[in-house]
Design a protein around this ligand. Structure first.
Ligand SMILES: [Zn+2]
Length: 361
């Protein structure tokens, strides 16, 4: 476990103690168990009448959580994502994993309230996905297809939008109703909540902040096909790209030379006061600050949550972004707060279950 996970905070409504997640039958030994939470549980696993599944489909693994009807995590595990043949096995594999879990826990299908699924790519409100490129999928209605496979009511959402719902319910966004989550990883995902409601837009692409046009002079192509997108500068990939360029531009000594350049390595050297690492970070934080100021002029959030691989750098990241943000932000947006997202890789499963519970029929 990395230091990242030690920042995870959980609350009574979001997690039960693992020693109580044993209810009706033995637990599978291969399961990834929920980390113990320092809270007292309400009730017993076996008292729960209804269950939900929260599912986060990634390019490599599918994360699955079994939740109670209030959104408390009971158990989580992963299965591989089989993306071959245009991802045709992905949904049947998940359906099988759910059936296996019900059998293992001696639960009936009627005890399952619904299933929430997060996928990487735009998802319309009715569950239609548009080209989830990492999964090989074309255009189809995911909610309908998964319902057909399992018989469960299914609600689908974009993974970053789902993650911000999870952070608002159980993570760094608790207590806020106007939030922007920026996940700084290989790409840059965005999730936006305004007045407690997630922003979807007309085609499910309402919070694609990574693809705001940022630079007319860019020559490299973004993953989306355009050139000069925000994510080309502000993702973890963007940070490493800036790092490489800064190191090439000078002969100046740096502890980063000869090392594998990663977001973490750069921020580790920022902590050590390495001059070039500081220069790289300042340029990077400048892009983030400017992008966030643009978003704030439209969204006016109370808080920006920083998640994804770069957030593993920890709190050291925040003052620099905040300083740059203040430089660019409209006066009425000056007081936005900056915080780290805290659910890490679990944000998707927590949020997926909120899709179901917050849109109960
Ligand atoms: Zn782009």
């Amino acid at each position: 476990m990395s230091e990242y996970y030690s920042t995870v905070s959980r609350s009574q409504t979001c997690e039960r103690r693992t020693d109580e997640v044993s209810g009706r039958s033995s637990r599978g030994t291969s399961n990834v168990q929920a980390a113990p939470a320092a809270v007292s549980a309400q009730g017993n696993w076996a008292d729960t009448n209804k269950y939900c599944f929260g599912i986060d489909v990634g390019g490599t693994t599918v994360k699955i959580g079994l939740f109670d009807e209030e959104g408390a995590l009971l158990e989580k595990w992963e299965i591989p994502t089989r993306t071959a043949e245009n991802g045709k096995n992905i949904l049947p594999d998940i359906a099988q994993a759910l059936r296996d879990k019900l059998t293992e826990k001696k639960l009936s299908r009627e005890e399952v309230l619904a299933v929430g699924i997060a996928v990487p790519g735009p998802v319309e409100k009715d569950g239609k996905v548009h080209r989830a490129a990492n999964l090989g999928w074309g255009e189809f209605n995911l909610s309908e297809e998964f319902s057909r496979l399992t018989g469960f009511r299914t609600v689908a959402g974009n993974d970053a939008t789902v993650a911000v719902l999870g952070e608002m319910a159980c993570g760094g966004g608790k207590g806020y109703r106007n939030l922007v989550l920026a996940t700084l990883g290989t790409g840059l995902g965005g999730g936006i909540i305004i007045d407690g409601q997630a922003l979807y837009g007309s085609r499910g692409a309402g919070a694609e902040i990574g693809h705001m046009h940022f630079n007319d002079d860019e020559t490299e192509v973004c993953g989306c096909g355009n050139k000069g997108c925000f994510e080309q500068y502000a993702s973890a990939t963007g940070l490493v790209r800036i790092g490489r360029r800064v190191l090439q531009e000078t002969d100046e000594e740096s502890a980063l030379r000869g090392k594998e350049l990663t977001a973490k390595a750069i921020y580790d050297e920022v902590k050590n006061g390495d001059k070039l690492a500081l220069k790289i970070a300042e340029e990077y934080e400048g892009y983030l600050g400017k992008g966030f100021a643009m978003i704030a002029a439209v969204v006016d959030p109370e808080v920006f949550l920083i998640g994804g691989g770069v957030s593993k750098a920890g709190e050291i990241l925040l003052p620099g972004i905040e300083k740059q943000y203040r430089k660019y932000a409209f006066h009425a947006n000056q007081n936005a707060e900056f915080k780290l997202a805290t659910l890490g890789n679990d944000a998707g499963i927590y949020g997926a279950v909120r899709l179901v519970l917050d849109n109960a029929e």
